[in-house]
Design a protein around this ligand. Structure first.
Ligand code: H2B
Length: 115
């Protein structure tokens, strides 16, 4: 199987399958820095990225915005001085779909490109 970040997102509908516990464990190995959080009974992937200042945090936020628009799948982004909190989940299905792991892996990829 190719790396998670290179896999394609599938159309995500409210009745799409949530990741199984086994898939979750497997996919998580590709994105070990991401925390699996639960808010209001909805599982989410969350990671905090740190930067030297607000401008860099904002530039990274926009990069994540670009990959989200390309995929038609959108995260919650909290941009602060020197840090961005990125949270992925599938709103329509109220949980985690493989798409979230793919986008988390792509987020890690864009974070390695110098700003
Ligand atoms: C119509 C449109 O494709 C949907 O509303 C998309 C947009 N982006 C989305 N992003 C995420 N993370 N979850 C969704 O369920 C979702 N739905």
């Amino acid at each position: 199987m190719s790396r998670l970040s290179e896999q394609q997102c599938e159309a995500c509908r409210w009745d799409a399958p949530h990741v199984t516990e086994q898939e979750l464990t497997t996919f998580h190995r590709d994105i070990p820095e991401w925390k699996i959080a639960e808010r209001d009974g909805i599982r989410q992937l969350e990671r905090v990225f740190t930067f030297r200042n607000f401008r860099q945090a904002l530039a990274f936020t926009n990069r994540v915005g670009e990959i989200a628009e390309e995929a038609g799948h959108h995260p919650a982004l909290l941009t602060e001085w020197g840090k961005v909190t990125v949270t992925w989940w599938s709103h329509e299905m109220k949980g985690l779909h493989k798409n979230d792991f793919i986008l988390a892996a792509r987020t890690d990829d864009v974070a390695t490109i110098p700003l």
